[in-house]
Design a protein around this ligand. Sequence first.
Ligand code: IMP
Ligand code: MG
Length: 426
Amino acid sequence: MSVSIVVGVQWGDEGKGKVVDYLTEQADLVVRFQGGNNAGHTLVIDGQKTALQLIPSGILRPGTRCLLASGVVLNPFSLIEEIDRLAEINVAVTPDRLGIANNVQLILPYHLAVDRGREAELAGGKIGTTGKGIGPAYEDAVSRCGIRLCDLFDARHLSSLVERNVAQKNAYLSRVLGTSDCFSAAELLLELNRLAEFLRPYATDVSIEVSEAVKAGKEIVFEGAQGCLLDISHGTYPFVTSSNTVAAYACVSAGVGPQIVDSVVGICKAYCTRVGSGPFPTEDFGVDGQNLREAGREFGTVTGRPRRCGWFDTAAVKKAVRLNGIDSLVITKLDVLSGFKKVRLGTAYTIDGVEVNDIPVSPDAQDRLQVVYEDLPGWDEDITAVRKFSELPLNAQKLLTRIEELSESRIVGFSVGPDRVQTIRM
Ligand code: IMP
Ligand code: MG
């Protein structure tokens, strides 16, 4: 059997959930390794839509066990809402289907208040976060004052952590951020003690579970969230999320060595989108960008924000291939390009006429970045019923072939719509 890591190649929303769902047909274990309920994806199975945020897509495959590894940040309140939403469509998220790392960091209500208070303060320079408290929760983890799942099961210890943190956050919110938020440690404790009973059976040691699954030759899929260009270390900082989204982090988060990994699958759209602020070299501000947004229904699953739209950026994909060790690419939403007279591929960048091979790290250089494009002829046919590469219009075939050449990676699949049956292996 095999161990693979699935990551986003662009700025998130590439359709990772759908591909993980496709790949997990035979998986024994699906492990989400970073981010939290800032992520969101909609899966369509036999016409029925399901929106997931934190729980791995593998939950929709009855024989699969899902894990949330230590590098995830867990909002326990929204986890319960997600479990309830899944129950409504008859997916029972019982502790035998979902395990949560004992040492996962919790997102608590004060993290959301800090996230929103900071964004309000940034006014013109907003990051455009999802407002889910992701950054502030990771900050607490790194500054060693975070509260972890295991802390919920030790009432006395929990009480001292909550009292200290609530006092500090209240002071920060009112005195530094000037917001009117004020949390009660006693109320939060009451709620957390109640949640503890519910969550206790889900708590597990992810490192041991994953290692044993590897030893037993099980099929394991690691599911990333967001995308490579939102990575805290390698993305378009500071317009990034607060975790490492690259493949190597899967091992750090799960607590296993990197030698267990057999393959890294990168997911990218046949065009490109971004939500929130920050550089986006191939963004199209004209009618094409608008048409991509409408045809691709490019509105955030979590926040409902319209996504910024533009063209496939092969320089960015090459970077993602390098940063993640991607050996296979899956190109999603190819159907959205039907009807475009020409399809553009960003092939390189220049600054003041000099070619550069990466988005520069300094904001000044980013402002002067120009994109070199290659234009390919489009196609008019509706391709949503295509089930084989050879059934694609010739120009769509040529586009995939050209993407493969320019990104120096191998395309192993593409998708022509949101349904499970519209993801096609090549
Ligand atoms: P945060 O993760 O909420 O802190 O947001 C930081 C940046 O990452 C913002 O630009 C968000 O729009 C972006 N972001 C976070 N999660 C996702 C996602 O799942 N898809 C796309 N963008 C995301
Ligand atoms: Mg999404």
